[in-house]
Design a protein around this ligand. Structure first.
Ligand SMILES: Nc1ncnc2c1ncn2[C@@H]1O[C@H](COP(=O)(O)OP(=O)(O)OP(=O)(O)O)[C@@H](O)[C@H]1O
Ligand SMILES: [Mg+2]
Length: 392
């Protein structure tokens, strides 16, 4: 896993602009008071907030399933109220909880909906549908002719995503798209969606009340409170590391320190540097080095800076081998991790392999090691001094 984050550059063009947008329902409910928010091109922005704070209302105003009572919404520079709603919805894919598939249509027909609306001929629409089913990991030959109720919840959800991508829209609106499936399925769907998104680079506005989902998928997170009030909009690391106020801090939870592991990348400055020896060194020399080291081991690195393995006291003790070299005794690593990967993965590897330390590489090149202590220090580094309580 890598931490692909894109479009988080404040200079990228705006795709969706909300300007003083409000919605008061006819019964007087103020769902959204007045919201300013921008979603940049190619960005995945997650809207999070408690139930009833206006998330779905907001999403539905963007594709005009609901008309705002005040303010202005622009899509790629066009005021959406100037665009015919049907034409608008073809530019915007919409995925809702529990997939919203047409129950009496086969999976393939469901996915063909938008291309058919656009007047594509049947053959082209069908080919597109099969391509999209492949994209979301469903074999068209197996699933194309089934009805939605003949699929699992997670599979239905994927068909929902395929259908939303039908006309290759620039924008995807997703309302709790992974909410209706069990945690394991959700994990898979999120991972798969992330890789689809990395390829397609759509602009996505995603509603969720699962902060972990937001952290995992989003480039930026917008935290809303009741009445569609924007409490903070920032990268996942910032929202977790420096919540703007108590509301955001409460919302992201007291275990935000743990969550931050998932959004903090391993930095070369975080690494520890135990002694290194070369494969060509004599065992006696390596023994000398290891016996003076703070921990009784040394990393074996060759003359090209490549990681070869490690030697510990046990390998070196029996140095009656005389002319034997490090290469004769070195042990390989079970696991390595790439710089730039997350601290969470590093910690998971350390715990899983009971290793105590984990070598960090860039390609094959050895950079240093991570230990539980250095993971903790790295997390501390990523926290501003004014928020010491944020550290695990
Ligand atoms: N048609 C409607 N008429 C009156 N009030 C409505 C209507 N639809 C939604 N509301 C109210 O507007 C507010 C915002 O609702 P909305 O569905 O946008 O919330 P949400 O943030 O999506 O919540 P959830 O997380 O539970 O889905 C709520 O108080 C809701 O009761
Ligand atoms: Mg909702």
């Amino acid at each position: 896993m890598t931490t692909e984050r894109h479009a988080d550059d404040a200079t990228s063009p705006v795709m969706i602009r909300l300007d003083g947008v409000g919605k008061i329902y006819p019964d007087g409910t103020v769902a959204v008071k007045s919201l300013d928010l921008e979603v940049r091109k190619g960005e995945l922005l997650a809207l999070v907030g408690p139930s009833g704070c206006g998330k779905s209302t907001l999403l539905r105003m963007v594709n005009r399933l609901i008309e705002p009572t005040s303010g202005r919404i622009e899509l790629d520079g066009d005021d959406v109220t100037d665009v015919d709603p049907v034409a608008l919805r073809r530019r915007i894919g919409y995925v809702i909880q529990a997939s919203g598939l047409f129950p009496h249509q086969r999976v393939r027909q469901n996915v063909m909906t938008v291309p058919t609306l656009l007047g594509w001929d049947k053959k082209r629409a069908r080919a597109r549908a099969d391509e999209l089913l492949e994209l979301v990991g469903l074999d068209p030959a197996t699933f194309g002719d089934r009805y939605p109720h003949e699929l699992s919840g997670g599979q239905q959800q994927r068909v929902g995503v395929a259908r939303a991508l039908g006309a290759d829209p620039d924008v995807l609106l997703m309302d709790e798209p992974f909410g209706a499936v069990d945690p394991i399925q959700r994990d898979r769907l999120q991972a798969q969606f992330r890789s689809i998104q990395a390829d397609l680079g759509k602009t996505v506005l995603l509603v969720t009340h699962d902060i972990d989902e937001a952290v995992r998928l989003a480039d930026r997170i917008a935290v809303l409170s009741v009445g569609g009030k924007l409490e903070q909009v920032a990268s996942p690391a910032e929202v977790l590391g420096t919540p703007a106020n108590d509301f955001v801090a409460d919302f992201v939870g007291s275990d935000r320190g743990l969550r931050r592991l998932a959004v903090t990348a391993i930095d070369p400055d975080d690494l520890e540097h135990p002694p290194t020896v070369a494969p060509t060194d004599l065992l006696a020399v390596a023994h000398q080095i290891v016996s003076h080291a703070p921990e009784p081991f040394a990393v074996v690195v060759d003359e090209h800076g490549m990681l070869r393995g490690w030697v510990g006291e046990r390998e070196l003790k029996d140095d009656d081998a005389g002319s034997a070299h490090v290469s004769d005794r070195l042990r390989r690593f079970d696991e390595t991790i790439e710089v730039g990967d997350t601290l969470r993965r590093a910690l998971a590897e350390i715990v899983q392999h009971d290793a105590g330390w984990l070598p960090v590489v860039e390609g094959d090149r050895y950079l240093g090691v991570l230990t539980p202590t250095s993971v903790h220090a790295a997390l501390r580094r990523a926290v501003p001094a004014s928020h010491p309580e944020m550290v695990l």
